[in-house]
Design a binder for this molecule. Structure first.
Ligand code: IVH
Length: 674
């Protein structure tokens, strides 16, 4: 970077910070960025290099420090409790229009004039209370018992749309703003798919996923959950607003996330129209709502109406009835999954529910069945809430037939007859006979050929046929299939046989991380396979790793480590690896291409969440000649800290005087040399 005077640098730093904060607001709050990511990164890089050159102008408020340094060391293991300044009340609610009319009639008794209402979506998440002091986020506290809640500030700081520093300068010195932390459907579906993949129990709905995520003890994990926030109630002493909608508009102008779907209306009929509209439109929203909130808009009238012990008299909620239907439970199937997990699935008398015919619903596991006290022949309620898969929420005991049968959870695998096991602390029963259980073997093949794994062009039906004919038992058998064998399959001709053989050949160039994922080790999903492959570099190194070496990786917990060790302890699996190696599959990670030697004298530890995956950051370092290790020691040159880095690592680095740098500063180290 060209030479620059101290005064000019100070000016430029201030200008950049202001502009970058504005762009963050456009991006995260308004959802409408006005510059490209690339231009944004350039500005951030320029700011980072100036701050590096003139450390005297460094500031914890700088966007280069966003989250990273603020959260440092705040990794929470137990949440502190904090007393709410104003109790966090709930809302009265109703499912009927008559009761809504009563609500407005009651208001009319106290407020003689025509009343304006703010109509809002009722976001289905978990309530949060944010306190801002001098424009900075001071605390984020959950509702708790309404009087005291958990201080989850470190976790809330990882939510991108919540500013740590407000925009503008007309905000009160201190105020609270309350709202909802929620999980949009795409984040929810992604999270549950990941959990199912690693045999963790999926969340029942986005609300549970949001509150579960907010209470995680590791902020860097929270950062990956895709939580979102909307704020809808401001509180404070002598706030300069006359209406609720004005307060919310001001919050928006300070960069706080508010709903774009709120409307101020001036009659109860318009409230009904708002309800009618959202009763159907809600199905198109990308996030869950469970109703509508109606608030008296004038703040002086809110004060006049006041509160009951439990809720405000100036607001109420109209809740949508969840779509639900009553139907008969005909039977229960016990399905064996790829990793041997047994899932009870209810077969139902087909019933229409929100546009589809429901025939089956998951019962998850034995505990869930016991909880519902379900019997075959019972009439059950099926519901579709935010979740995609219908679930059985209740048994209608009044309709229980005399001959309803208590289901007997099987003791033996319905497919191979092996005795089922249930590990301590696990909700699911398993068939332990992974090497001989036909369903497990076949679904192991289906997993192996899937797009994210080896991407072999074949379907479940082909696997079934190959298995039934006895051509495939172990994964490596796929690579010795012959054209003659394939031509014996139903309807197979030269062309289809050649296509499959070509696709098998092509799969030999699939990178190691996907090969490792394709092996189908229990609890090792796609993302974890990638991490392990990048960390260890080869199957031999993973095989040689003991439990301690495995759990060194932040994402690898005891359950996954044990599962990996158990898998490699099975001689059948070791033999398979040898055979797959001989077939020519990749069992080593490709070396990162060397770009420069700029970082060759430095040893890095990387911690936290970055704009790209942590492994990509490590590869970036290695491509410039740097070394990476997993724990901070006297040899460490830099700790690269992303959002919500590990508290212990930060503490150790601070104790040893190791330099702590951001992702931008890391990139700056290289850019400076070019
Ligand atoms: S106002 C004094 N507005 O629903 C009460 N609440 O069942 C202030 N909620 O406790 C709450 N969307 O957690 C308000 N637009 C909205 C809301 C909303 C969701 C939640 C909130 C509240 C609960 C009541």
């Amino acid at each position: 970077m060209a030479k620059i005077s101290k005064t000019a640098a100070k000016e430029r730093i201030e200008q950049l910070r202001k502009e970058i904060n504005g762009h963050n607001y456009n991006y995260y709050v308004l959802n409408s960025p006005v510059i490209s990511d690339f231009e944004f990164d350039l500005m951030l890089q320029e700011l980072a290099s100036l701050e590096k050159m003139f450390p005297e102008f460094a500031s914890p408020d700088s966007p280069t420090m966003k989250v990273g340094s603020d959260i440092a060391g705040k990794k929470t293991f137990e949440f502190a409790t904090r007393t709410h300044r104003y109790p966090m009340l709930s809302l009265g609610n109703t499912y009927s229009r008559e009761e809504l009319a009563e609500f407005s009639d009651r208001i009319a008794k106290t407020i003689p004039e025509r009343c304006c209402y703010s109509c809002e979506l009722k976001f289905d998440g978990t309530a949060i209370c944010l306190t801002y002091r001098h424009g900075r986020l001071a605390y984020a506290v959950t509702r708790g018992d309404g009087v005291k809640g958990d201080d989850v500030t470190a976790n809330v700081m990882t939510i991108k749309s919540i500013p740590q520093q407000l925009e503008g300068n007309d905000y009160p010195d201190e105020f609270e703003i309350r709202g909802e932390i929620y999980m949009p459907f795409d984040a929810f579906n992604r999270l549950n798919a990941e959990r199912e993949e690693i045999d963790e129990r999926p969340f029942a709905n986005p609300r549970n996923a949001a509150s579960g995520s907010l209470k995680l003890q590791d902020s860097s994990e929270v950062a990956t959950r895709g939580l979102a926030c909307v704020l809808y109630h401001m509180l404070g002493e002598d706030l300069p607003f006359t209406t609720h909608s004005e307060a919310i508009a001001a919050a928006k102008s300070w960069g706080l996330p508010v709903s774009e779907h709120s409307r101020v209306v001036d009659s109860i009929d318009e409230v009904y129209r708002y309800i009618d509209y959202w009763d159907t439109e809600r199905r198109k929203l990308p996030f869950p709502i469970d109703g509508i909130v109606i608030k008296v808009n004038r703040l002086d009238w809110q004060r006049r109406l006041g509160y009951t012990a439990k809720s405000p008299r100036w607001a109420t909620a109209y809740k949508f009835k969840p779509d639900r239907a009553l139907t008969k439970l005909l039977s229960i199937d016990y399905q064996v999954g790829r990793t041997g997990a047994i899932t009870p699935v209810a077969n139902l008398d087909p019933v229409p529910l929100s546009g589809t015919i429901v025939k089956r619903a998951s019962l998850h596991n034995k505990d869930q069945m016991d909880l519902l006290d379900i019997r075959v022949g019972d009439f059950v309620f099926v519901e579709k809430g935010g979740e995609i898969i219908p679930k059985i929420t209740e048994v209608d005991l009044s309709k229980r037939p005399a001959d309803a049968v208590v289901p007997a959870f099987p003791r033996f695998c319905p497919d191979c007859g092996a005795e089922l096991v249930r590990d301590e602390g696990q909700a699911k029963h398993y068939c332990p006979n992974s090497n001989n259980c036909p369903v497990q073997i076949k679904s192991g093949f289906v997993h192996f050929i899937s797009r994210k794994a080896m991407d072999i062009l074949a379907g479940d039906a082909t696997i079934d046929q190959l298995y039934e004919k006895g051509y495939i038992r172990h994964l490596s058998d796929l690579y010795s299939l012959t054209k003659e064998q394939l031509l014996t399959l139903d309807g197979w001709k030269d062309r289809s046989a050649e296509n499959l053989l070509a696709s098998l050949e092509k799969s030999k160039s699939v990178p190691f991380n996907r090969v490792f994922y394709a092996l189908g080790i229990r609890h090792v999903g796609e993302a974890n396979a990638k991490l392990l492959a990048a960390h260890f570099g080869s199957i031999d190194a993973i095989m040689a790793a003991d439990r301690d070496a495995l759990v060194q990786i932040d994402e690898v917990g005891d359950i996954m480590a044990d599962s990996i060790i158990r898998w490699f302890a099975d001689p059948v699996n070791l033999e398979q690896i040898q055979k797959l190696k001989q077939a020519g599959l990749k069992f080593e990670q490709e070396k990162t291409k060397k770009v420069s030697d700029t970082l060759s004298d430095s040893i890095f530890v990387v911690s936290g969440v970055f704009s790209v995956s942590r492994e990509e950051i490590k590869q970036f370092i290695e491509s410039h000649g740097g070394k990476t290790t997993s724990s901070v020691s006297g040899h460490t040159t830099y700790l690269v800290a992303g959002e919500a880095p590990g508290g212990e690592k930060i503490k150790k680095a601070e104790k040893l005087g190791t330099k702590i740098i951001t992702e931008e500063q890391l990139r700056g180290l290289v850019a400076d040399q070019i």
